[in-house]
Write a protein that binds this ligand. Structure first.
Ligand SMILES: C[C@H](O)[C@H](O)[C@H]1CNC2=NC(N)=NC(=O)C2=N1
Length: 87
């Protein structure tokens, strides 16, 4: 998962997309999160969106659900033509 960086017990990825496109991307991600009952922390800026994923239920540890959500976010971002942002 080259777009994702691990920081402690969470993983983070950012995608370049302008603000209103970012809103649409977030809504799409939120729909999928509701289906899988797993939710990212999301930071929307004027030219990018950053997603951070960890599992709160087990005390902020990385679990398979985090990597599943991260892969889904990658696919949704690609569908929105949001390019991964190297940080
Ligand atoms: C009851 C509900 O499924 C849980 O609280 C879910 C909701 N979404 C979640 N999302 C994330 N990222 N971590 C969790 O532990 C988590 N728990």
């Amino acid at each position: 998962m080259p777009n994702w960086r691990r920081t402690g017990d969470s993983i983070t990825a950012a995608y370049r997309i302008r603000y209103h496109g970012g809103v649409a991307l977030i809504v799409h991600v939120a729909d999928v999160e509701r289906l899988i009952s797993h939710h990212a922390d999301i930071d929307l800026r004027w030219d990018h969106v950053r997603f951070t994923v960890t599992t709160h239920d087990v005390g902020h540890k990385l679990t398979p659900a985090d990597f599943d959500l991260a892969q889904r976010i990658d696919k949704i971002a690609a569908a929105h033509e949001a390019r991964p942002l190297a940080e």
